[in-house]
Design a protein around this ligand. Structure first.
Ligand SMILES: *Cc1c(COP(=O)(O)O)cnc(C)c1O
Length: 409
């Protein structure tokens, strides 16, 4: 009989390098495979499971809504989307919401809104500046503002009018701006780009630059939003700083596919026909996201994520002290990364999986650590113990193979 890997290979476009486990159940910060093994889940659906697997409040909201009304389209009013939009407006300090189904769509809509704004309000300005190292998604527009050549090159030509500037460099950004610039798009912490954290002065300086030059600031919080960095939104770490457009997805639905962008009144110039989505804002996904957002706010989960993030970071720093292969531990809240001096991240990932911890290698030398925000200290201790063993095992095998290797010529 064919294995699931063989069946997958027969019918799937080969895009994901999957870890060799078939997951069948999840609860909280843990998942189980079809052999009955359990794992701590520090992948969390790519930083999407803000409240972990099958959170009772979210499960209840999905069940209740699934029995009432799943989908009708935006030709009609439905209540969950209005309540979710009201909550987002209240929590962001922005004014107008659009719902979609993914991060890439949230970015697409944000870019379209900024382009229309430039056309109507800034003399036809249409250039958008993105950052080196940025990741904004895989659709053509989102890809055009994504920097990785591996993702871009097979699909060129991409959307024109996109410039790029080095991240965390305000002078370079100033130099890249022209009269034709309508928007700047950036992540407050670059997630897929390697958990890159800018200097504390950077984002406020970008905001100031945008204000002075009359440029729309799009902050992509698809990964950093919904409590991940220890505030409900990462821009809220900066006093008095707000984006003009905020893109959200991932943690917003704690695993349910829902995205959104939220715009300030002054840029919210879309009119009927400018944009839309068949499924975006439907009752099922917005009821789930409403349960997620209400729980995040009511239980002050972002503050808890900040605390657990500090605890986890201190434990990872002690690993860094003990393991010479670790060259850096960085991150904020519960969006963290471990960097290695050589390309051993996949080996470490495999070694932790064998010991009951799921993580993912963002790059050959980098692991992302992004557990659900409801992680407990005991679960953190368990994960760090596994990481410690796994990294030790990989270091020993590296050492053994370097001793056994033929001398360098
Ligand atoms: C994941 C991600 C996206 C794309 O989201 P999808 O739901 O995969 O389309 C966009 N921006 C950022 C910052 C992301 O991390």
């Amino acid at each position: 009989m064919a294995t699931i890997a063989e069946r997958e290979a027969a019918v799937f476009l080969h895009l994901a390098n999957r870890q060799p486990v078939t997951l069948v159940r999840g609860q909280g910060c843990r998942v189980w495979d079809d052999q009955g093994n359990s794992y701590l889940d520090f992948v969390a659906g790519i930083a999407a499971l803000s409240l972990g697997h099958c959170h009772p409040k979210v499960t209840e909201a999905i069940k209740t809504q699934a029995e009432q009304l799943v989908h009708v389209s935006n030709f009609f009013y439905t209540k969950p989307q209005i309540e979710l939009a009201e909550l987002l407006v209240q929590q962001t300090g922005l004014q107008k919401v659009f719902f979609c189904n993914s991060g890439a769509e949230a970015v697409e809509g944000s870019l379209k809104l900024a382009r229309k704004w430039g056309r109507e309000k800034k003399n036809g300005a249409h250039e958008i500046i993105t950052m080196d190292g940025a990741f904004h998604g895989r659709t053509m527009g989102a890809l055009a503002v994504t920097s990785n050549p591996r993702y871009r090159e097979p699909f060129q030509p991409l959307v024109p009018g996109i410039m790029s500037a080095p991240y965390n460099n305000i002078e370079a950004l100033r130099a890249a701006m022209t009269d034709r610039t309508c928007a700047i798009i950036l992540e407050p912490i670059q997630g897929e780009g390697g958990v890159n954290i800018p200097d504390p002065e950077y984002l406020p300086a970008v905001r100031k630059l945008c204000d002075e030059a009359n440029v729309v600031l799009i902050i992509d919080e698809v990964q950093t939003g919904a409590g991940r960095t220890g505030n409900l939104f990462a821009y809220q770490h900066y006093p008095n700083l707000k984006p003009d457009i905020l893109a959200l997805a991932k943690g917003l639905g704690s695993g349910v596919p829902v995205g959104a962008f939220v715009a300030a009144e002054k840029v919210a110039i879309f009119e009927p026909g400018d944009h839309g989505s068949t499924f975006g804002g439907q009752p099922l996904t917005t009821a789930a996201a409403l349960a997620v957002m209400r729980t995040l706010v009511a239980e002050n989960i972002p503050a808890q994520a900040a605390k657990r993030g500090e605890y986890l970071t201190s434990k990872l720093r002690s690993l860094e002290d003990r393991h010479p292969s670790i060259t850096s531990v960085r991150g904020q809240g519960l969006l963290l990364a471990i960097e290695f001096g050589s390309e051993t991240a996949a080996q470490v990932m495999n070694a932790t999986r064998e010991r009951g911890l799921l993580i993912n290698n963002l790059r050959p030398n980098l692991l992302r650590i992004a557990p659900p925000l409801i992680i407990s200290e005991a679960e953190i201790d368990e994960a760090v113990r596994i990481l410690d063993e796994a990294i030790g095992a990989v270091e020993r095998s590296q050492e053994a193979s370097s001793k056994g290797a033929p001398p360098a010529r």
